[in-house]
Design a protein around this ligand. Structure first.
Ligand SMILES: [Zn+2]
Length: 356
């Protein structure tokens, strides 16, 4: 397939934004990467993960407590993904390259693959957000229809009910099916993966085996098959739901756009930065607990415009970006509360299931 190009119009909005954001960092004298609070959060999350894992596997508590710990472990895994892995993969976690690499590598221990994530998320999703046929995040076909350019099937009429079940399965599917599919086809959707070096192949297999040992073999040996199965399903269901919901609220809600390239020129209508604002929404940015847990992924407009800047700066940047959008006449989409964003996602799914 032909990857579309962005309009070659003068990048006035992007240039103005960069000027304003650089002026902010010059004035404050701050680094654009993470700070002590972020590293403290990473340590709390890392230790929580290890503590919960060891307690569940080697000192298995009574059933009710074990279920609670499994739910918590699912949340901690998601939070490591949002706060450590995601920032590391974008190179915004630290000034030091090796620290970013280590942060990004946490995904491999948790069952994913950092090489494939880099192609899927950093390159494809961040460049061609909500462009059907390119952005893999909106390709849940044939099970769900996430854009009017995707084929509608009868079952999509009910997608605003059954999406919960699919989102709950996301983590298991990601680890055991989707990564292998991308690895063996060397593609993310229709877009070819960058060529993997020998070390990338080694990492893929080594960490998939390590993950299988840590999350399947060892827990079965230590706690028995049924205990592992119940615990594993709780952890992966919680992680799948949390990750899916946080990522979907950013782009697939009622007010975000799904631009398509011009059929003749294969060019997108707007410059890249305008495209990012039109296709992205923020949610619950005043909620400090949500902001802490999701690593700034509720400030998705800021993240999509400046993915290489750490999320710890997004609350301050959002004021500047909001003003710039108002000055350029670009709509800045934000849902004040989490439940409003979820309701909008459900309405969006209902529309996609019914619209022709
Ligand atoms: Zn990102």
């Amino acid at each position: 397939m032909q990857i579309p190009k962005f309009a070659a119009t003068p990048h006035t909005f992007h240039a103005d934004l960069k000027k304003r954001i650089n002026a902010y960092f010059d004035q404050k004298g701050k680094s654009m990467t993470g700070n002590f609070n972020l590293y403290l959060k990473a340590a709390v999350l890392g230790l929580s993960f290890v503590g919960l894992y060891i307690h569940l596997i080697f000192f298995t508590p009574v059933t009710t407590l074990a279920i609670g710990e499994c739910v918590l472990l699912g949340c901690v895994i998601s939070a490591i993904g949002f706060n450590v892995m995601h920032d590391g993969a974008h190179g915004s976690f630290s000034k030091r390259k090796w620290v970013n690499m280590m942060a990004a590598f946490s995904l491999n221990v948790l069952g994913g693959n950092s090489f494939i994530w880099n192609s899927k998320h950093n390159i494809i999703h961040h460049s061609y957000t909500n462009v059907a046929g390119v952005d893999d995040d909106i390709d849940i076909q044939p099970w769900m229809r996430m854009s009017t350019s995707q084929k509608r099937l009868k079952l999509h009429k009910y997608q605003h009910f059954y999406f919960w079940a699919l989102y709950a399965l996301l983590y298991i599917l990601w680890i055991f099916l989707l990564d292998y599919n991308k690895y063996f086809t060397s593609k993310v959707g229709e877009v070819p993966l960058k060529k993997m070096k020998l070390a990338d192949h080694f990492n893929f297999w080594f960490f998939k085996l390590l993950n299988g040992f840590l999350f399947v073999a060892l827990p079965i040996l230590a706690t028995g098959f049924m205990s592992w199965l119940v615990g594993f399903l709780i952890v992966t269901t919680v992680a799948g739901l949390v990750i899916s919901i946080v990522f979907q609220l950013a782009h697939t809600v009622e007010h975000t756009a799904f631009p398509v390239a011009n059929i003749e020129t294969n060019k997108m209508e707007n410059e890249w930065a305008v495209h990012q604002v039109m296709t992205t929404a923020n949610f619950a940015t005043n909620n400090r607990l949500v902001s802490w847990l999701v690593g700034g992924l509720n400030f998705q407009i800021e993240h999509h415009l400046f993915p290489k800047i750490s999320h710890v700066h997004y609350p301050a940047l959002s004021k500047i970006i909001r003003q710039a959008c108002a000055d350029h006449g670009i709509v800045y989409i934000e849902y004040r509360r989490v439940h409003q964003a979820i309701a909008s996602h459900v309405h969006f799914l209902k529309q996609m299931g019914r619209a022709s």
